[in-house]
Write a protein that binds this ligand. Structure first.
Ligand SMILES: [Zn+2]
Length: 169
């Protein structure tokens, strides 16, 4: 009997499972130090004009905006990184980085050390520029520092290079 071949994952440190906070979440498969690489946010790329021209399902969007006005849609060809939920006190972050070809990549990494089984979070810092009311972005992360909203605090809007367009899963 041959065993089923193991699929090679582009995000071996991430396990996708039901979240204690919201829907599906991403969990660490092993103990990780701070700044550990989790994976690249992959998916189909869109320009701002292409995003504007399309109708998106506000309830389930994996659209991640980059500082060069490109967007990555994790729903198409994405990996485990698209399942990180939002927290106002995240243990992970998304960092932009250029590869040798000059392509802008979005790297997910841990902010602090995490233990195997911990749920992984980033701060979505949504811009809310899709016209949805603030009530569409309510946060239930439960952290002591919860802002009550997944929208970016006004200050970080100016310096933060990253924004998710309408991820209100
Ligand atoms: Zn919160």
């Amino acid at each position: 009997m041959s065993k089923p071949r193991k699929r090679i994952s582009s995000t071996p440190c991430i396990r996708v499972a039901p979240s204690g906070i919201h829907g599906i979440g991403a969990f660490a498969t092993r103990d990780l130090p701070a700044q550990a690489f989790l994976g690249l946010y992959e998916g189909r790329r869109y320009t701002q004009a292409e995003v504007d021209a399309r109708a998106w399902d506000d309830q389930l969007t994996y659209l991640f905006g980059l500082s060069n006005d490109e967007f990555i849609d994790g729903a198409k060809g994405g990996n485990g990184t698209r399942h990180l939920n939002h927290s106002c006190e995240p243990n992970c972050e998304a960092v932009e980085e250029y590869d040798e070809a000059g392509r802008l990549l979005l790297k997910f990494q841990t902010l602090v050390a995490v233990s195997a089984g911990d749920e992984l979070f980033i701060d979505y810092s949504l811009t809310g520029d899709d016209g949805s009311p603030p009530s569409a972005y309510l946060c239930r992360c439960g952290s002591p520092a919860c802002r009550g909203s997944m929208l970016a605090p006004a200050a970080s809007l100016e310096q933060g290079p990253l924004r998710l367009a309408t991820d209100v899963r």
